[in-house]
Design a binder for this molecule. Sequence first.
Ligand code: PHB
Length: 390
Amino acid sequence: MKRVLLAALATGALALSAAFGAHAQGTVKIAMIAEFTGPFADYGTQIYNGVKTYIRMHGDTFGGKKVEFVVKDTTGASPDLAKRLAQDAVTQDKVDILAGFGLTPNALATAPVASEAKKPMVIMNAATSIITKNSPYIVRLSHTLPQDTMPMAQWALKNGIKKAFVLVSDYGPGKDAEAEFVKDFKAGGGEIVGSVRTPLQNPEFAPFIQRAKDSNPQAIFVFLPPGSQTIAFIKGYEERGLKQAGIKIIATGDLTDDGVLEAMGDPTLGIVTSFHYSYVHDSPENKAFVKAYGEVNGTKMRPNFMACAGYDGMAAIAEALKKTNGSVDPEQLMAAFKGMKLTSPRGPIMIDPETRDIVQTVYVRRVEKVNGQLVNVEFDKFPDVKDPGK
Ligand code: PHB
């Protein structure tokens, strides 16, 4: 009898160690699912650069487990591909955590995979408000558009802007930015004199910019995904004489992204934006981050907000693994994320235990030239901003 019991126990133990083989060897596998090629290639690159910067500064072993990465390229806004890559990561690569996600459509498409496979999904950029509601396994270390927009609307009203035109990209984050701006601006006595939504793929800005000019606002409020679109927008704004007509740009900091600012050039000087991260944020943590980023990734690319969120996403995973003593049990990891407080290169951040979304300081900044470089200089701040939609 005793023998039979022992044999059964031994078989059980064997089966267990086979099922958790990877963990028995002391590794935690993280899928980095993001845009590494195509028009949004900088998104995945910045996010993963940020993750690598964290590893450089803090090592690769947390709670006794070494982290390993499996990199998956969505090649752009490709929800079907993102979902398939996540499924492959879970079933073939046997990852413990899904991470990355620059673009909203890719994050939304992956949410059901996180729910079905019960894998924590760490968002390192995608910023449409609703994303965290689509799976209880999602935690966001980046930002939301309403969170970054609300301070801009307040600042504009306080600074005498009462008539605005709204131009946003026609998908989740753009619609979120538009809704928040219109709500706050009108509530504070402002008037919206017109609005347009521009396509996510290959937009032609000239007619939209002309419409904005013809409606004669004091300012255009803008959300566009940074890269070729923000460069094209600034070029059109300059060429069509909006600046000379006295029409200001106000925006979330996506428009004056540190990674693209030099490519947009001097026409950006003086633009005021609200955002959670600036490459020249003045803190010891940011100085250390920027220095290590350059050592790991070279100095051709400045770390931007996506790199910062990659760094913080990795920090959150590291802290969670320390709390669980290396366990990758999804419920334990999610419990560890909830309420977590970190000192980020951007300032203090917290994961709201109810929404699993980030609470953080949003800064008001102005583009200036400092030591020959175009940078976003912070001059005001709104502490502890939650996603206003939640
Ligand atoms: C998004 O797709 O959620 C997104 C992309 C770029 C941004 C912000 C949000 O700058």
